[in-house]
Design a protein around this ligand. Structure first.
Ligand SMILES: NC(=O)c1ccc[n+]([C@@H]2O[C@H](COP(=O)([O-])OP(=O)(O)OC[C@H]3O[C@@H](n4cnc5c(N)ncnc54)[C@H](OP(=O)(O)O)[C@@H]3O)[C@@H](O)[C@H]2O)c1
Length: 251
């Protein structure tokens, strides 16, 4: 059974008493089971949804939001620093733009086509790069969701002491980095493969608080009933969803 993210109502509390009681609204992340009517989730990987927050919005947060949150934290202090987000139009990207702006970064958002940039300035992007456009000035950090040639070019545009986090590989293109050129440039630049890590509960809880206070937009770019799952998948694969797709399952 597929599906990492799912929000719903607890039907059976954890036997060890570590989780919320039956009837509590929660959102969660797990390796699988999110596309089922019922699933068991580790109580460290869920968070209680505040009364004012819609379950659909809460369901958009776990994997993409916590990935963005942990990656921003991994970069360290970004106040006043230039940080590039590639694949900024997608789920992880739209959360990363918002969280970086909140942390005081000068956010540079890279997207594939002009229409994919819609809404990113309002979320906090100070600069938008479209297609083959690259940052005019060096950047302190990069959150890369795309890989391939774009990742290599981003690494070359890092300032001395900067860090690229390779989060995803949406392009499925090989990445060829000219380390000889980097050596000739001098300085120290870092590139790390980044993987989100459990437990998800604390991160989801923080993002829910932000959502509840109006400090975070879940960026739901597509929403519909479960029966239209094929349409949602086509739209995601066709790069037509700005942010997250949410499927509503009614009992
Ligand atoms: N490391 C981790 O722990 C972790 C956690 C979650 C996700 N991920 C990975 O991070 C990446 C982003 O996740 P996501 O949920 O944000 O995905 P998403 O919503 O599908 O966004 C991916 C973005 O990549 C861009 N892109 C560029 N070239 C592409 C291509 N050839 N095919 C598809 N998209 C392309 C698209 O932007 P444009 O259309 O504007 O070009 C798209 O908005 C994925 O590779 C995912 O598997 C990693």
């Amino acid at each position: 059974m597929f599906g990492k993210d799912a929000a719903g109502v607890v039907v059976q509390a954890a036997a060890d008493g570590s989780g919320p009681p039956a009837g509590t609204r929660v959102t969660s992340c797990a390796g699988t089971g999110g596309w089922a009517a019922l699933r068991a989730v580790d109580t460290t990987d869920l968070a209680v949804v505040p009364d004012g927050v819609d379950l659909g919005a809460a369901s958009a947060l776990p994997a993409a939001g916590v990935t963005a949150l942990q990656a921003v934290r991994r970069l360290g202090p970004v106040l006043g620093r230039r940080v590039l987000v590639t694949g900024a139009s997608g789920g992880v990207g739209r959360f990363a733009v918002q969280l970086l702006a909140r942390a005081g970064a000068h956010v540079v958002a890279a997207v594939g086509r002009p229409e994919r940039a819609e809404g990113l300035s309002a979320l906090g992007a100070a600069e938008i790069l479209v297609g083959s456009q690259r940052p005019g000035a060096p950047v302190f950090g990069v959150l890369d969701n795309v890989g391939g040639a774009l990742l290599a070019e981003c690494f070359e545009r890092l300032e001395d002491g900067g860090l690229v986090l390779s989060i995803g590989w949406a392009s499925r293109e090989p990445t060829v980095i000219d380390f000889e050129e980097m050596r000739m440039k001098g300085g120290v630049r870092s590139l790390e493969p980044f993987a989100v890590a459990a437990p998800f509960g604390p991160g989801i809880g923080y993002l829910l608080q932000l959502l509840d206070r109006g400090g975070l937009d879940p960026q739901i770019g597509w929403r519909g009933p479960w029966e239209r799952v094929g349409e949602a998948v086509d739209a995601l694969l066709g790069r037509r969803v700005p942010g997250k797709a949410v499927l509503d399952l009614t009992a």
